[in-house]
Design a protein around this ligand. Structure first.
Ligand SMILES: Nc1ncnc2c1ncn2[C@@H]1O[C@H](COP(=O)(O)OP(=O)(O)OP(=O)(O)O)[C@@H](O)[C@H]1O
Ligand SMILES: [Mg+2]
Length: 235
């Protein structure tokens, strides 16, 4: 299933024009294999969120190339026609806050995206329950989000990101609000999920607790990436 790595070459993003132009991304080069979890680290304003938005097809880059598996997504101004479908069907997002829908129970929070993608309600809920079990929150399937702890809510958010079995997951500071133990457990789960579903995962983080867990890290400074081997201490 899935198994599409990401490959980016010379990606650029300019906001605005003329005197007001900001070159947020100048030269981004990155490869993430299926089943791999990489860290993305950089100071404030270095371009991390801009890069995740380009990767997730929320905004379009100004130039450079990105492929997903063998498929070209962006190529120097050219882009695939349906970026919305790419974002919906092939990218999972995990944010710092879980952003669960307060009036849906835990199962339906996870089942919603597959339902919207046209999968039957029964199948969608079955898939949601499997993921919740895999993430060790199956016992809270019928609870409302507000009844869950912060760590449990974040695991539900990860289940939701995985629900359409996307080949790519983009996580922006997913462990920021969590204590050490829960932060490491989120990373452990992301690694497990990457392997189980062959997902390519990029984790933006400042979190000193989890940085030693990455086997590979991309540093971003002033819109440019630098690759580095990490400690890869899996926990
Ligand atoms: N919509 C926008 N219009 C103009 N400039 C922008 C826009 N969004 C971001 N920028 C600029 O692009 C640069 C990169 O911003 P970005 O948000 O990607 O940084 P970041 O690494 O995510 O920072 P932080 O760690 O503070 O979240 C910054 O100089 C920022 O001011
Ligand atoms: Mg940011």
């Amino acid at each position: 299933m899935n198994g599409f790595g990401i490959h980016i070459e010379g990606l650029r993003k300019r906001y605005g024009e003329g005197d007001a132009a900001v070159d947020a991304l100048k030269d981004i080069n990155m490869t993430v294999a299926p089943g791999e979890v990489v860290g993305l680290i950089g100071p404030s304003g270095s371009g991390k969120s801009t890069l995740l938005k380009c990767l997730g097809a929320v905004i379009e880059p100004s130039g450079g190339r990105m492929t997903l598996g063998n498929e070209i997504i962006y190529n120097d101004g050219w882009k695939i026609p349906d970026l919305g479908a790419l974002r919906r069907d092939r990218i999972g997002f995990v944010f710092q806050a879980p952003y669960l829908i307060p009036f849906l129970d835990v199962t339906d929070n996870v089942a919603l995206l597959p339902m919207l993608a046209g999968i039957s309600n029964g199948q969608s809920r079955k898939r949601a329950l499997e993921l919740l079990d895999a993430l060790d929150v199956g016992h809270r399937a019928k609870a409302q989000p507000s009844q869950l702890s912060g760590g449990e809510q974040q695991r539900v958010a990860i289940a939701r990101a995985l629900a359409n079995q996307p080949p790519v997951i983009l996580a922006d500071e997913p462990t920021a609000p969590l204590d050490s133990e829960r932060a490491l457990s989120v990373i452990r789960i992301l690694n497990q999920m990457a392997q189980q579903y062959n997902t390519a995962i990029i984790v933006v983080t400042h979190d000193e607790k989890i940085i030693p867990t990455f086997k590979r890290i991309y540093h971003i400074r002033d819109g440019r990436t630098f690759a580095e081997g990490g400690e890869g201490k899996i926990l």
